[in-house]
Design a protein around this ligand. Structure first.
Ligand SMILES: Cc1cc2nc3c(=O)[nH]c(=O)nc-3n(C[C@H](O)[C@H](O)[C@H](O)COP(=O)(O)O)c2cc1C
Length: 232
């Protein structure tokens, strides 16, 4: 167990708010802003062919029970019509509905713990050991798609490690990649640059969406505005 283990990212964020920044990314920032803090890009894409567009996302709602949630559970979820969705899952669903694209959920082969502290510890350990957790399934028909929206939550100021497995185990060469993310204060935290570096043969659009977990109620509007800005 390391020094940072068992210290939540929020505790670290509080320190950062006192005057510094983490991983080159200011923690302070208007919630729900759609422009990336990495590039402030306004890049657009040609109108999407929905049959050749996929939305792939990773998300970990910390409960599936809409009643009596703890603060941690509530932080990681958004309830729609009595159904509990993860924050990123909810944003993926909206993008799927608005674009008509199919939606693929990225899941680990081994179930992840739902207890927040246990999950934080495991995520940190995976990051520190540069782990590549096995995935339950890969996208079976990636060749059918020209454009892939890829969504993820920020974990420890970075991508969750299963996202690295996902990025490395698919061949995204020549595809348009459009990124979206949800976070608890760190915004995109350098992940657009990370993914652009990892998928060097793909066309990663700089205009990524980031939405704070505190702004899930306005996610529909945020997504609509962002898709407009992307030229959709
Ligand atoms: C293990 C773990 C680490 C996290 N680390 C960060 C972080 O470094 N910065 C941040 O802004 N939010 C962090 N969060 C908060 C999540 O990014 C935020 O709650 C997100 O909306 C969760 O999305 P999901 O419900 O789709 O999984 C972390 C959450 C977890 C579970």
């Amino acid at each position: 167990m390391t020094n940072t283990t068992r210290r939540s990212f929020l505790a670290l964020a509080t320190v950062a708010l006192a005057g510094s920044s983490v991983a080159g990314c200011s923690i302070i920032g208007g919630a729900g802003e759609a422009l990336t803090d990495d590039t402030e890009s306004t890049e657009t894409v040609a109108p999407l062919d929905k049959s050749r567009t996929l939305v792939a996302y990773f998300s970990l709602p910390e409960t599936d029970d809409p009643n009596g949630m703890s603060e941690d559970e509530s932080n990681s979820t958004h309830v729609v019509d009595g159904k509990v969705l993860g924050n990123t899952q909810y944003v993926a669903q909206i993008i799927g509905e608005r674009t008509g694209a199919e939606v693929f959920r990225i899941e680990t082969a081994e179930e992840l713990p739902l207890d927040h502290g246990t999950l934080e510890d495991l995520a940190l350990e995976q990051q520190e050991t540069d782990a590549r957790p096995k995935l339950k399934a890969l996208i079976p028909n990636l060749d059918d798609y020209d454009t892939v929206f890829i969504g993820y939550p920020i974990w420890w100021y970075d991508l969750p490690m299963p996202m690295y497995t996902f990025l490395e185990q698919h061949d995204f060469s020549g595809k348009n990649i459009i990124l979206f993310s949800t976070h608890g204060g760190s915004r995109l935290s350098g992940t657009v640059d990370t993914i652009t570096g990892t998928l060097s043969d793909a066309n990663v659009i700089g205009n990524a969406l980031t939405i704070s977990r505190d702004d899930m109620d306005s996610a529909e509007g945020e997504v609509a505005d962002w898709l407009d800005r992307l030229g959709q």
